[in-house]
Design a protein around this ligand. Structure first.
Ligand code: NAP
Length: 314
């Protein structure tokens, strides 16, 4: 048995990775977790009110930190680093990070997805102070306030529906002249004429604020006319980018870049599993990420036991 081969390497630093690490560590596989320095999505959220077990809610960064501590308690080892290569060899997988190579019999990919950003002035400055990429997380903070949602897809419709329950006014700003969202989602939003306003053919060019967001600059791309809309929140719903580029040569991805998994979190490669947002274009919730992290770890455990049982554990 080669001593330099880890049983399980987990790539990622969010709730899916920590849950996979917890399960894998409890099963005595001493997982090695390689996490990027950049914060995961949950760590960018404030209050998490929909994670079961916390009746008073919990702060996103605290939830992630607790999950990591819990995994460490059972022996998971963590190193910081960007994974930039991934290769399959005969008896193991090779993961490259920070100019080092790590070997593993099984790999769990939980690299997450990053919300697409506009990259306009004020967006970073007011992120978490009115600028958000998650209405489900932050809508309740907008009670009685005026907000804008950017995008024309299903996510924009979903964010609008979530915000409608709390905000006084929701303005959707879309760069096109028609929405790309499914008809059923559009119909749900278009019914809400009392509080929902729609601005088409327009882009936001700057976020304005003092301590928090106070408004946005908007430009009509057909007339070039500029205006300022007062608001307390700006919700981006312009798609996500799964962090999977480094796997594209060996792991099957869908056309957007999400890792394709089966119901058991298995990828196209035996011994490689994926969990959390890097494989989930639909739910993208903390609890579903934790769930798939758990699934992936259990499957990895079964895979390694199978290697042992069939004499293939090198
Ligand atoms: P999406 O379908 O890719 O839509 C992104 C929207 O953002 C598009 O309207 C796009 O405009 C706009 N956009 C992209 N980049 C932009 C930029 N730089 N500036 C301004 N606007 C920009 O993404 P999504 O809505 O997140 O949906 C992703 C997938 O998840 C879809 O398959 C969707 O059906 C699914 N989903 C389903 C549900 C549901 O059924 N409940 C909910 C959420 C998501 P253009 O239209 O001009 O390209």
């Amino acid at each position: 048995m080669a001593k330099d081969i880890n049983d399980v390497i987990i790539i990622g630093g969010g709730i899916a990775a920590h849950t996979a690490a917890l399960y894998s560590a409890r099963a005595s596989f001493n997982p090695l977790v390689i996490s990027a320095i950049e914060p995961d999505q949950l760590s960018l959220t404030t209050e998490v009110e929909n994670y079961p077990g916390f009746p008073k809610g919990i702060l996103g960064p605290e939830l992630v930190k607790n999950a990591k501590e819990q995994a460490k308690r059972f022996g998971a080892k963590y190193i910081e680093g960007y994974v930039d290569s991934f290769k399959k060899s005969k008896d193991y997988f090779e993961v490259g990070a920070e100019k080092k190579k790590f070997k593993a019999r099984a790999v769990i990919i939980a690299t997450g997805a990053s919300a697409r950003r506009l990259n306009i002035p004020g967006e970073d400055k007011y992120f978490g102070r009115g600028v958000s990429t998650c209405a489900i997380c932050d809508a309740a903070l907008m009670r009685g306030k005026e907000v804008i949602v950017i995008g024309g897809g299903d996510s924009a419709m979903e964010e609008t529906l979530a915000l409608y329950k709390f905000a006084n006014k929701v303005t959707i700003i879309h760069r096109g002249d028609t929405f790309k969202a499914s008809k059923i989602m559009q119909d749900r939003v278009l019914k809400l004429k009392d509080k929902v306003n729609i601005i088409l053919d327009s882009i936001v060019t700057e976020v304005l604020g003092e301590q928090f967001v106070t408004g946005v600059k908007v430009k009509n791309i057909k007339t070039n006319k500029e205006s300022v809309i007062k608001c307390n929140g700006m919700f981006l719903a312009i798609g996500h980018i799964p962090n999977t580029k480094m796997f594209e040569k060996v792991i099957k991805l869908d056309k957007i870049g999400y890792i394709i998994t089966d119901k058991r979190s298995r990828t196209n490669l035996d011994g490689v599993y994926a969990a959390g947002d890097c494989q989930d274009p639909i739910f993208r919730q903390a609890v579903t990420s934790a769930g798939t992290g758990c699934q992936a770890a259990i499957e990895a455990e079964r895979y390694i036991e199978h290697l042992k049982a069939t004499g293939k554990y090198k």
